[in-house]
Design a binder for this molecule. Structure first.
Ligand SMILES: Cc1cc2nc3c(=O)[nH]c(=O)nc-3n(C[C@H](O)[C@H](O)[C@H](O)COP(=O)(O)O)c2cc1C
Length: 182
């Protein structure tokens, strides 16, 4: 898929099928993250892939803060990528950029994903044996999508919602976010 199309089509997915995520896809995602922009090219990030003990990881996550809803264990992601950053080195932004690279690569491979920042970092630290000198920044949950999500244009609101089992995600209008300077 064309990069712009992939960007437009990617949505956060919070319900997944019970289907294993191939290791080759995770490898591709990590490679995309590895090749992403990095402030001063310091490359402070490391990536842990997780395909086993998924329920334990799922317990350390929180979903869809605007909704009185969260996915069941049956719907949980079938893989995670934990994004770690070397303490004292590099910029925080690198983690977000890497997360987006992972999500877009996953999308191109037919997978859904969701960046997860509302995570129990202490719990995950124990489960993931994070190497000395590194801190956990983000998790990306992924798997084969078991839901549809679509953009709502020109909405006044920012809160997403389910309607007829489809997740509707409001995005601000282009005119509002684009400030032309000359
Ligand atoms: C840094 C960051 C942290 C996020 N953390 C969570 C999270 O903990 N749980 C969750 O369900 N979604 C999380 N999201 C997903 C956002 O809710 C989602 O990107 C937003 O609602 C827009 O939807 P879209 O990704 O489909 O465009 C996070 C997104 C970002 C960028």
């Amino acid at each position: 898929m064309d990069t712009y199309e992939t960007l437009k089509e990617r949505r956060s997915i919070r319900r997944y099928k019970d289907k294993e995520v191939p290791k080759a896809v995770l490898k591709k995602c990590i490679n995309a993250a590895r090749l992403s922009p990095s402030a001063a090219n310091l490359q402070p990030l490391r990536f842990i892939t997780i395909r086993r003990d998924l329920s334990d990881i799922f317990e350390c996550t929180a979903w869809a803060g605007y909704l009185d809803w969260e996915p069941t264990e049956e719907e949980m992601p079938r893989a995670y990528i934990a994004i770690l950053k070397e303490k004292e080195t590099g910029w925080e932004m690198d983690a977000g950029i890497a997360a987006q690279s992972i999500c877009l690569t996953a999308k191109n491979e037919g997978l859904g994903s969701c960046i997860l920042g509302a995570i129990d970092k202490e719990g995950l630290k124990d489960l993931l044996s994070i190497p000395e000198g590194f801190e956990l920044k983000l998790l990306v949950g992924m798997g084969y999508p078991d839901e549809k999500s679509e953009v709502i244009e020109d909405s006044e609101d920012v809160e997403y919602y389910y309607e007829d089992d489809v997740l509707k995600v409001p995005k601000k209008p282009l005119d509002e976010v684009w400030i032309e300077h000359g």
